[in-house]
Design a protein around this ligand. Structure first.
Ligand code: ZN
Length: 383
């Protein structure tokens, strides 16, 4: 049994700050209480905040090998498959180097309070195995969205897509597609249907920037969002440049949007309209996207997201909403029993020194990874 004593807890789905003790047994939070508990391993959290650990809802951990390569080039030159700079570097690198760079990124995530990440995994089954292999002894939860190069083949047959997708899904949690520019709509819809049938996640980069939306409308008469909603995908990555009724369509379908504000900023493609998404009651999550140009640090992502949103709309935006995007919203989207501190949930908790009178702002604005004094995942104390 572990007892976190005297913490200011961000409690429940609303993240209300309460002063209490957290009792953990095995991998679960079994009690939140003001009473003193005698037995168990105690963590003194006086002067600290106990918060749910972070869920990074979108990364490409494979490109950890190419950090900050290509700065200043266009987004297509850097990341567009199959010949973007990132893909060329990945092809030229040996697996040992790729593995050690991915391990370093997973270490960075744990060090900055993230216990779960959702990876867009390239390279088919081999790519999935590479991530499994490199994360074997690292106590981090992975949600792997795989893909196969055959998806991009303009002549690929439906039967082939079906069998490859089913085979991939045996080893991963869903499919993550690069974008509508590289794949036929019919193939996207088929993959989405197979994922649904197997209770898996289907995701695609959508409406990352205006030009993609314009190209999509010119080519098909529909925005990328319309096409994604018609294909019935569960998770849309970005939606930084919605047009017309796009947000309403997403809201009606109930898809989650994974916003990656720092990635959009780095690539000069815009600022995600988070306020409008929330007004449409869309479930918004946060991801740090390509490790090639962003550290997988959710503290930084939250701070940027909050401040750039306030600047963009020139009005108040609640930090609690940003904090939920990094925790409970993601847990709900991926069916995880984490993302908030309450009885019965899996114990994924960070304990952080408190630096201000507002615990959520303290975490978002004031906290560096070094201020996290302890990280617990599935009831195990990691540090
Ligand atoms: Zn991405």
């Amino acid at each position: 049994m572990i007892i976190i004593e005297n913490a200011k807890i961000l409690y429940g789905e609303d993240m209300d700050a309460i002063k209490a003790n957290i009792v953990i047994e095995d991998d679960k939070i079994i009690e939140i209480t003001k009473d003193k508990i005698k037995n168990g391993k105690k963590i003194d959290a006086s002067g600290c905040i106990a918060a749910p650990a972070f869920i990074n809802s979108h990364v490409h951990i494979g490109d950890s090998i190419a950090r900050d390569v290509g700065d200043g080039k266009t987004i297509a030159e850097i990341v567009k498959p199959p010949n973007g700079l990132k893909h060329r570097i990945l092809e030229e690198s040996n697996p040992d180097e790729i593995i050690s760079s991915m391990r370093q990124s997973m270490g960075d995530m744990l060090a900055s309070g993230t216990t779960t990440f959702v990876d867009f995994r390239e390279g088919g089954l081999e790519g999935i195995n590479l991530l499994e292999e490199s994360s074997k002894d690292i106590p981090i939860r992975k949600i792997i969205l795989g893909r196969d190069n055959s998806f991009f083949d303009p002549d690929v047959e439906n039967g082939e897509i079906k069998s490859i997708t089913k085979k991939l899904l045996r080893s991963c949690d869903g499919i993550g597609l690069s974008g509508f520019g590289e794949i036929r709509d019919e193939v996207v819809a088929l993959i989405s249907k197979i994922c649904q049938k197997h209770g898996k996640i289907s995701a695609i980069h959508t409406a990352e920037y205006e030009e993609l939306q314009n190209d999509s409308i010119a080519l098909t008469g529909k925005s990328e969002v319309q096409r994604a909603v018609e294909a019935d995908l569960t998770n849309l990555i970005h939606v930084t440049a919605p047009v017309g009724d796009d947000l309403k369509l997403i809201s009606d379908r109930g898809s989650s949007v994974v916003s990656c504000p720092r990635s959009n900023g780095t690539l000069s493609v815009g600022i995600p309209p988070l306020n409008d998404m929330l007004k449409h009651k869309i479930n918004v999550l946060l991801g740090t996207d390509n490790i090639m140009f962003n550290s997988p640090n959710m503290l930084r992502e939250m701070e940027y997201a909050l401040k750039v949103t306030r600047g963009y709309y020139r009005e108040y935006f609640s930090p609690t909403e940003i904090f939920k995007m990094a925790t409970i919203n993601a847990a709900n989207a991926f069916n995880l029993n984490t993302g908030c501190i309450k009885e019965g949930n899996t114990a994924d908790i960070i304990i952080v020194k408190e630096f201000s009178n507002n615990p959520i702002l303290s975490l978002i604005n004031r906290t560096n990874p070094d201020d996290i004094i302890s990280l617990i995942t599935e009831g195990n104390i990691i540090y």
